[in-house]
Design a protein around this ligand. Structure first.
Ligand SMILES: Cc1cc2nc3c(=O)[nH]c(=O)nc-3n(C[C@H](O)[C@H](O)[C@H](O)COP(=O)(O)O)c2cc1C
Length: 199
């Protein structure tokens, strides 16, 4: 589930919430799974991965990860990302483009404090995206980490990412194949330009 806090009143945010509610009513599983695509300027590679979107606070989308992971290196080299939901229960795809940044240390610490010790032990013990000798080693590192007495202290290398989309596309699949594509693009003046695209 995604937690909505004081959601922005503008049309694309309200439409996203409407579709979210419809998908929940239709029994959508893993509704918070969002694909984040990034570009790493150093390697000239594009990569994608799912993360769990935890919050939409006003106009900010927030998820949590490791600040030394592959994605973090991409975000640091090029802060523009593409994000994607697909909710098959209502046959909706939502595409977004945004610039991404880290959330504050205070915010990270507060969120980390509220999480389970098991989750935190893994976050602390995992050098995310780095090679390791075996899966057994991962489990050993986790078990060792569980014994620590600072499991509520957020490490410097872990925290949130926030992005504010400047582009939304709502794609609605229809049985007739006449699929609906509705775009909202934020102009320099801060107004949302609204248009439809051919399917
Ligand atoms: C449904 C789903 C949700 C996930 N949620 C997160 C998440 O919230 N944060 C995270 O760091 N990784 C999450 N992962 C793991 C990432 O997909 C990825 O393996 C990891 O972040 C390393 O990515 P990177 O090497 O591109 O940095 C999730 C994976 C799946 C399949």
């Amino acid at each position: 589930m995604i937690k909505f806090n004081n959601l922005n009143q503008e049309i694309p945010y309200q439409l996203l919430k409407k579709k979210y509610d419809e998908a929940i009513d239709a029994g959508q599983k893993s509704i918070e799974a969002i694909s984040i695509s990034s570009y790493n300027k150093q390697t000239s590679e594009i990569d994608s991965r799912f993360v769990n979107l935890k919050f939409i606070t006003k106009d900010e989308f927030i998820f949590f990860s490791n600040y030394n992971s592959s994605k973090a290196f991409s975000f640091n080299s090029h802060n523009q990302i593409a994000a994607l939901f697909y909710w098959p229960s209502i046959n909706i795809q939502i595409r977004m483009k945004a610039k991404i940044k880290e959330t504050s240390k205070e915010f990270n610490q507060k969120y980390f404090f509220g999480r389970s010790k098991e989750k935190n032990a893994l976050a602390i013990s995992s050098n995310q995206s780095q090679p390791i000798d075996s899966y057994n080693q991962v489990k050993e590192n986790f078990n060792k980490s569980l014994e620590r007495d600072d499991l509520k202290k957020c490490p410097e290398y872990w925290g949130g990412y926030s992005f504010i989309p400047y582009h939304f596309e709502f794609w609605e699949g229809h049985e007739s194949r006449i699929n609906k594509r509705e775009v909202f693009e934020k102009t320099d003046g801060g107004i949302w330009k609204h248009l439809f695209l051919q399917p």
